[in-house]
Design a protein around this ligand. Structure first.
Ligand code: RIB
Length: 369
């Protein structure tokens, strides 16, 4: 006698000639349908996420699946339909705490809907990115969520995945001429808010360490800074804008250069928090204090920037929501391939902490060490 939880509680079913272990292996979708009292199609929709199923039915199917130990072979399924229940995700830099949070958002949603994630980190290396994309094909993912690396044009690869039936969503920074689904942040608005806040505190010589200008989000953040400066009638003096990689090292090197400028900027807007943390180190090494001598704003609002001294003022964006929204679009696309591309733009919020103060009375002409 074996047991499965059914509509009215636990139901017994008799299977005279097989052991529990054999039953687990043998259980197939037809048996699941029979035990759950639903059609084969309903079981298939629940397991494959191909259509919405009413919650009580979905729950019942999943309970029977669990009780019987049914394990669909992803390999067989992939070969049969050219698709598995996997969503592949490409991220550029797993060492930057922003990206694991994006993955978490995507994974939570995928998991709750019966999908599993394959994660590929490219280390911002375009060659590695291409190898990852090519080899991922053999896993037959149902969807692909892409955050491209610093120097990449993934459009051709992304389009070819889409033509082969995978749902592709490009997020955060977009490859050129990508015409499919996207999830991005309102980077122009976020950068404008940050720069305006510095201006409101009385800063005029505001430097920006912009991210890599091949990336759409870095371009938009620079645009937001320029707009705010222009709206306030402030000149962007030569040398005030420096381009850096989106990391600690980039922020450190470019801040050292900025601190040698005369007049020295009284504030720095960093295009992400990792750049800001590198900047903070360079400020300290130059014998300066943040925010007393120089103010600093980052972008991302990473949790860890609340744990440093001074706590970093930053433009918060939700990496979790970015990932979860992308996964939602993938799941919707599995059911509806034809609707026009979706472009979701998420908002930002300026989180004011401790790294911004009014400019010091005569700091601008004091050389740094
Ligand atoms: O910190 C990583 C940065 O690169 C973020 O600002 C995000 O938008 C990404 O593209």
């Amino acid at each position: 006698m074996y047991y499965a939880r059914g509509r009215g509680g636990t139901e017994a079913f008799f299977c005279p000639s097989v052991s529990v272990c054999e039953l687990s292996i043998m259980a197939n979708m037809k048996q699941i349908a029979k035990l759950a009292g639903v059609s084969l199609g309903t079981v298939s929709h629940v397991l494959n996420g191909t259509a919405r199923v009413r919650e009580p039915l979905r729950k019942r199917v999943l309970e029977v699946v669990q009780a019987s130990g049914y394990q669909p072979s992803q390999l067989a399924r992939g070969l049969r339909r050219d698709k598995t229940n996997m969503i592949a995700m490409i991220i550029p830099d797993i060492m930057n705490p922003f990206f694991p949070s994006v993955v978490r958002g995507a994974e939570d949603l995928a998991f709750a809907n019966g999908y599993r994630m394959i994660l590929c980190n490219t280390d911002n290396d375009h060659a590695k990115e291409i190898v990852q994309l090519q080899s991922l094909r053999s896993y037959f993912p149902a969807g692909l969520i892409v955050i491209s690396s610093n120097f990449s044009d993934l459009t051709a690869q992304a389009k070819s995945y889409r033509e082969n039936g995978a749902a592709v969503v490009c997020i955060d920074r977009l490859p050129p001429n990508w015409d499919g689904d996207t999830v991005t942040i309102d980077n122009v608005d976020g950068a404008r808010k940050a720069t305006r806040f510095l201006i409101e505190q009385g800063h005029k010589a505001i430097a920006m360490i912009a991210g890599p200008q091949l990336l759409t989000n870095a371009q938009d953040r620079l645009e937001g800074y320029r707009r705010a400066m222009q709206e306030a009638g402030l000149l962007i003096l030569p040398g005030l804008v420096q381009e850096a990689s989106f990391d600690h090292a980039g922020g450190y090197t470019k801040t050292k250069m900025l601190l040698r400028l005369l007049p020295r900027p009284t504030a720095i807007f960093a295009s992400n928090d990792m750049i800001a943390m590198g900047a903070l180190r360079a400020i300290r090494e130059a014998g300066l204090r943040c925010p007393e001598d120089i103010s600093l704003i980052g972008f991302d609002g990473l949790d860890l920037t609340e744990m440093i001294t001074p706590q970093l003022t930053s433009v918060y964006q939700s990496p979790y929501q970015l990932g979860a929204t992308a996964a939602r679009i993938v799941l919707d696309r599995v059911v509806d391939r034809e609707s026009s591309p979706r472009h979701v733009v998420l908002g930002t919020e300026l989180r004011i902490r401790e790294s911004v103060a009014r400019p010091p009375a005569c700091a601008a002409n004091r050389p740094s060490r």
